[in-house]
Write a protein that binds this ligand. Structure first.
Ligand SMILES: *[C@@H]1O[C@H](CO)[C@@H](O)[C@H](O)[C@H]1NC(C)=O
Ligand SMILES: *[C@@H]1O[C@H](CO)[C@@H](O)[C@H](O)[C@H]1NC(C)=O
Length: 354
């Protein structure tokens, strides 16, 4: 009950702060050339959403290290883990490492190698206790300090990257950087020594999405070329930090290329998937989004290829436009639109539904 009250109060506060910027349909503010979602892109979006879903199996101690999915790396009652018709890579995906954050800290997840796709996936779990992270949605921005500070400083000095000027992020999420283990970096270093031609993809849903972006930045600083894919990510950066991240992941250039070609080059960069009416992706209103946005237009499952649209770089005044704030009655009934928050191609907040 206390949680619900907190959520409600929090939401109430945010409602006032977002009311000026909502209801600006992007189609009337900018004439975007249609970018086709190809089957290959769609399949990857679904695949990584399922990879996020099995991160929740960690809560039940059901992800096993050093095993392929078919060998029991993940629960055999899930089709994704045992049925070759549902997942043709069950023998090719192995769970390498399960990462357990300290209790109530962010950063629980796993590393898997997918030999079929030649991908190393680093996947972060959303939240173990369902709503505890709302306590962490403290609104005061804190100054950004990369975990790999020495490397960052050196790269700035050499002119390889820009300095992150006036960079601030959500205080609750910046906590993750304090708990990020060097061990975890070493682990990835080891894996890459064996599979140097594989692609690193960092993914997460909800709170895990926030962690995925921060981890992705660290790997980028350390010379990996990670692709970041997030689902249901809350807002977390100020404008200074957004500029820096978009430069680091070449968002503007990729957006240009995607629009020129008319389809997505879905192999690098930072992509952020939002589901229509998922309110969490519009909160907290004080912060903003970086990366390239992909929108799921349909609320209920199934989410098919035609339900997906590319938005690309989203300008500040266009953010949140998928959220329609309506009457108090509706607001109360639907809370934070949890269905929308939990469904991205599959139900992604639990271990049991794929
Ligand atoms: C998996 O393999 C690694 C490296 O050989 C080892 O350190 C780790 O303990 C193993 N994990 C389990 C659960 O056996
Ligand atoms: C996609 O982008 C990558 C990296 O920027 C590039 O190497 C590759 O050639 C691009 N692929 C296509 C089909 O444009």
């Amino acid at each position: 009950m206390k949680h619900k009250l907190l959520i409600f109060l929090f939401y109430f506060v945010n409602l006032f702060c977002t009311s000026n910027t909502t209801n600006i349909p992007s189609s009337t503010t900018k004439n975007i050339k249609t970018v086709e979602i190809q089957t290959e892109t769609y399949d990857r979006l679904v695949y990584f959403s399922k990879m996020c879903a099995i991160a929740n199996c960690i809560s039940y101690n059901q992800l096993k290290e050093n095993k392929t999915l078919a060998e029991g790396g993940c629960p055999q009652h899930l089709k994704f883990c045992s049925d070759i018709n549902a997942n043709k890579a069950i023998h090719d995906i192995s769970i390498e490492t399960v990462i357990l954050a300290k209790s109530h800290e962010l950063g629980t997840g796993y590393i898997a190698i997918d030999h079929m796709r030649q991908v190393i996936a680093l996947v972060f779990r959303g939240s173990s206790t369902r709503w505890d992270w709302f306590h962490d949605l403290r609104l005061n921005p804190s100054k950004y300090k990369p975990f790999s500070l020495d490397i960052y400083d050196e790269k700035v000095k050499k002119g390889e990257i820009s300095e992150c000027v006036d960079c601030k992020l959500h205080a609750g999420f910046s906590k993750f950087l304090d708990t990020l283990h060097g061990k975890f970096m070493d682990e990835l270093d080891n894996i890459f020594q064996k599979h140097s031609d594989y692609k690193l993809v960092v993914v997460g849903h909800s709170l895990g999405a926030a962690v995925a972006v921060l981890a992705g930045i660290e790997f980028k600083l350390r010379g990996f070329e990670p692709m970041i894919i997030t689902y249901a990510q809350p807002k977390m950066f100020n404008s200074g930090m957004i500029e820096w991240i978009n430069e680091l992941f070449e968002s503007e250039n990729l957006d240009y290329i995607n629009k020129e070609k008319g389809f997505l080059n879905f192999t690098s960069g930072y992509y952020r998937i939002v589901h229509k009416n998922d309110f969490i992706t519009g909160l907290p209103a004080y912060f903003r989004h970086a990366g390239l946005q992909i929108n799921i237009k349909k609320i209920m499952l199934p989410h098919l290829i035609d339900d997906i649209e590319y938005n690309g770089l989203v300008l500040a005044n266009e953010e949140n436009n998928q959220v329609e704030f309506q009457t108090w009655e509706r607001l109360y009934k639907d809370w934070l639109h949890l269905y929308e928050h939990r469904h991205y191609f599959v139900q992604v907040n639990e271990c049991d539904y794929i």
